[in-house]
Design a binder for this molecule. Structure first.
Ligand SMILES: Cc1cc2nc3c(=O)[nH]c(=O)nc-3n(C[C@H](O)[C@H](O)[C@H](O)COP(=O)(O)OP(=O)(O)OC[C@H]3O[C@@H](n4cnc5c(N)ncnc54)[C@H](O)[C@@H]3O)c2cc1C
Length: 488
């Protein structure tokens, strides 16, 4: 699918901004398909598009090469006859300076974030209304934990034990003692096994044992802890309050499509980069279809999960190689339904659901009138591994049947409209990069380190303290500026 329009469809000339000597260096056999430019941006998600726009504003020629059929990466919206469903990013926050800069130039249609019905709970085999949770026999939490709703455990518990005082010094040497497994870290501080089990259900990790406590504290440390009576906020609400949060009308794919209208050069789509050769004075990129693109520099935004299968010459070594080879990405799989009957009226429970069954969470999203309009079954981590083993045609009925078994009022009251697995997207292979115990100390500094200066790395996996989309956009701008400083 290619739904992009471009203000200018100027395809870059073979010679682009490069010297004759550089072009002469191209092998004659592939010369017919060789394009030259100043900078190749590999990957057209938010990081890649931000890098390209930042460079083009300064008069630099850029060629984006994207593996998928459209730009956007983890900004992806499933468009169906029944509606549009965001599968990746949904929310933009007020501190998203880089994202907002590009979005405002492209007149992106922002709308207020959609509200959701509260969750009901099916935990330890019992159905529980949220009002009854604290005193329910299904609630096996201990002491003060009991008052916290299952999906709201992670943030306050982590913040209670947060060791990061200044977010900009989150990985200073004295804090590396906390670069240990998150479950161990919390258990040592008296958090119950049941709380750890329930945190694991909704946490965006591949298991608390696989997650560095220090890394996870960084995810939350920029957010002020909720005060009495305040709702617990989510990671992407990092600015500390509801004003200034947006969704995009038509979904996040619309955000990227609109922003991409400001690109000067049409991206190459549906053509994965398979090899990157870095030389003293240039970078040369080869694609699956046999194209070659040469440039003074390349900014690679490919998630490390997918970068593993790209041949880089000279080979990477040390911590950078380890970071790519061992990259751990969390998994997220969605199945979307439309309610055809108000099943929540039949059983008197809120329409949302959190359960320790494999289906984990049902987000019951409201339309503008505040009515439940669509359900997003959102499965993270190890549970997503189980779903990702199935073909979509088997997974959707499986999830529907689990829901109908858990909550009989849903039988005959929900209609599936689509599904999406980030783990099964070969060009992303997950929701987000996560650091295992010990990796903050050993790998963090290598994540955005360039290879021979000319091959540079951007993408959310190279971020420091920013969240989500802003991490991606800011990293693209960071590497664009590094190019301008060194090579322009
Ligand atoms: C379920 C989910 C919910 C989220 N919710 C939010 C939210 O509400 N708010 C928020 O701020 N963030 C959110 N995020 C995070 C946000 O979506 C990401 O941080 C951001 O989109 C990452 O952008 P990126 O450019 O770094 O990577 P990507 O978007 O993954 O882009 C990388 C691109 O590289 C391409 N590629 C891969 N291999 C190759 C190759 N060999 N050759 C060429 N191209 C290649 C891919 O196809 C992809 O387009 C969410 C993410 C997920 C998955």
């Amino acid at each position: 699918m290619s739904t992009h329009s471009f203000k200018s469809t100027r395809r870059q000339a073979i010679a682009g901004g490069l010297s004759a000597a550089l072009i002469a260096g191209c092998s004659p056999r592939s010369a017919w398909s060789t394009t030259a430019t100043d900078v190749i941006v590999i990957g057209g998600g938010m990081a890649g598009v931000s890098a390209a726009l930042t460079l083009e504003e300064k008069g630099v020629n850029v060629q984006i090469v994207e593996a998928d059929t459209q730009l956007g990466g983890r900004c992806f919206t499933l468009r169906t006859d029944e509606g549009s469903f965001d599968c990746g990013a949904t929310t933009i926050g007020p501190t998203y300076g880089s994202v907002l800069y590009h979005a405002n130039k492209a007149d992106v249609p922002f709308i207020a974030p959609s509200s959701k019905d509260p969750f009901s709970y099916h935990i330890n085999g019992e159905f529980v209304h949220p009002q009854d949770w604290e005193n329910s026999s299904a609630n096996r939490l201990v002491g003060a934990e009991r008052a916290l709703l299952p999906e709201q455990l992670e943030f306050p518990i982590l913040m209670q034990h947060n060791q990061i005082e200044n977010i900009h010094e989150w990985n200073k040497p004295s804090l590396l003692a906390h670069d240990v497994a998150l479950d161990k870290f919390l258990k040592q501080r008296g958090v119950s096994d049941e709380a750890l089990r329930l945190i694991d259900l909704t946490s965006n990790t591949m298991g608390l044992d696989q997650t560095s406590a220090l890394f996870q504290m960084r995810e939350f440390a920029g957010i002020a802890p909720p005060k009495d009576g305040e709702e617990v906020r989510e990671v992407y609400d990092a600015a500390g309050g509801p004003p200034g949060f947006y969704n995009v009308e038509g979904g996040m794919l619309t955000l990227i499509e609109r922003i991409a209208t400001n690109l000067k050069t049409e991206p190459i789509l549906s053509d994965p980069v398979v090899a990157i050769d870095v030389e003293q004075d240039r970078v040369s990129v080869k694609t699956k279809s046999g194209r070659t693109v040469v440039a003074k520099s390349a900014i690679c935004t490919v998630p490390f999960s997918a970068l593993k299968s790209v041949a880089i010459t000279p080979a990477l070594s040390g911590a950078k190689k380890t970071a790519i080879d061992q990259a751990l990405y969390t998994l997220t799989t969605h199945v979307f339904f439309i309610p055809t009957k108000p099943y929540w009226e039949s059983d008197g429970l809120p329409a949302g659901l959190v359960t320790d069954d494999v289906v984990e969470r049902v987000m019951a999203n409201h339309n503008a009138d505040g009515k439940v309009a669509w359900l997003d079954v959102w499965v993270n981590g190890i549970a997503a591994v189980q779903l990702d083993k199935m073909e979509e045609k088997d997974m959707i009925p499986f999830v529907q049947s689990r829901l109908e078994t858990l909550r009989p009022s849903m039988k005959g009251a929900i209609q599936p409209v689509g599904a999406y697995s980030w783990g099964r997207n070969p060009y992303v292979q997950g929701n987000k990069y996560i650091m295992r115990p010990g990796e903050v100390g050993t790998l963090f500094e290598a994540l955005n380190k360039p290879h021979m200066e000319r091959l540079r790395f951007a993408g959310e996996h190279t971020r420091n303290t920013e969240a989500g989309l802003e991490a991606a956009a800011a990293s693209g701008a960071r590497e664009a500026i590094a190019y301008l400083d060194r090579f322009a």
